[in-house]
Design a binder for this molecule. Structure first.
Ligand SMILES: [Zn+2]
Length: 317
């Protein structure tokens, strides 16, 4: 007789490389695996290491090294504290494996239970899939994503489900990460902050699901280019097309001079737009640019100083 195997997450990770719970990781990682930024911030309140540029939570459960390490930027942390109310809906297999009780005489009973169990699994899977699709639809709608991205997201979710990657995880978290991935694949990247704002889960959960899916589905997501963000950010800031092309020009020059190395693309885009807007007489405050891009004012300031100095741009405020 085959006892239904309880599939724990650990069992599926061949290398046993779980992406969190590794206390050392937070101290060894030097740049964001998502955007390449070296602007990593330790948040000991939450025991997280996160990217100051794109917001990815790079490591969790990091070790507190003492007060001198706590001198992180409080502004950046408080920004991240604004999380939506989580409505976590999880499927778990708790108790399923104990449903079947084997006894030498109770074969019929076993079969019935097995059938009930199967039906239960089918229903749960179906229900969770329907729920996931409605979540994808809701978020895609809020982000005004075109139909093809919605469809691609649904298909990617189905793929993850077929590979049993959803079990034991938050459906909302996986669905959000999938939207984030698909937007990138289709060349219309959204920032983590943007998807966080319309998701029902917090940044940490999205980051975790994102890292998990990339690894388990072996997805290759190329780093977003700063240029990819410019049109949408400019339109959200109500800037003219002139500013848009000037911002792209600044980014091109910065890339040629390798000023973008080790810098997150969103921060570069935000700073370039900030500079271009001033030069073009359509000044937007750092706060306004920050609100739209999700990049902190501190980061915008740093990038803007670097870019204007290194590119010899005279920005007169
Ligand atoms: Zn990053």
């Amino acid at each position: 007789m085959v006892t239904p195997k309880k599939e724990t997450e650990e069992g599926k990770h061949k290398e046993g490389k779980e992406d969190n719970d590794n206390a050392d990781y937070g101290e060894t990682v030097k740049e964001c695996p998502e955007c390449g930024s070296k602007n990593l911030i330790r948040d000991y309140e939450r025991a997280e290491l996160f990217c100051g540029d794109c917001g990815l939570v790079v490591a969790e459960n990091i070790v507190d090294l003492g007060p001198e390490w706590r001198a992180f930027d409080f502004e950046q942390v408080s920004r991240r504290a604004r999380v939506g109310a989580p409505m976590t809906y999880r499927i778990h297999d708790k108790g399923l494996s104990t449903l079947v009780t084997w006894s030498p005489t109770g074969h019929g009973q076993y079969k019935l239970k097995r059938w009930q169990q199967r039906t239960h699994i089918a229903n749960t899977t179906e229900r969770s899939f329907i729920f996931a699709l409605s979540e994808i639809d809701r978020m895609a709608c809020a982000l005004r994503l075109p139909m093809n991205i919605r469809e691609a997201s649904s298909m990617l979710y189905r793929k993850a489900m077929k590979q049993r990657l959803i079990r034991g995880r938050s459906i909302e978290g996986i669905a959000t990460a999938i939207i984030y991935i698909t937007c990138r694949q289709y060349g219309v990247p959204r920032t983590l902050e943007e998807v966080r704002a319309i998701s029902r889960v917090e940044q940490k959960e999205i980051s975790r699901a994102y890292r998990f899916l990339l690894r388990e589905l072996d997805l290759k997501v190329t780093p977003a280019s700063p240029v990819d963000f410019v049109p949408r950010f400019c339109s959200l800031l109500d800037l003219s097309s002139n500013i848009q092309s000037n911002a792209i020009e600044i980014i091109k020059r910065a890339t040629e001079k390798e000023l973008t190395n080790g810098r997150g693309p969103i921060g570069i885009a935000a700073a370039a737009i900030y500079i271009a807007a001033i030069l073009g007489g359509e000044h937007r405050t750092q706060k306004e640019v920050s609100d739209v891009t999700g990049v902190t004012e501190v980061t915008i300031r740093n990038r803007y100083k670097e870019l204007s100095e290194q590119l010899d741009i005279d920005v007169l405020l």
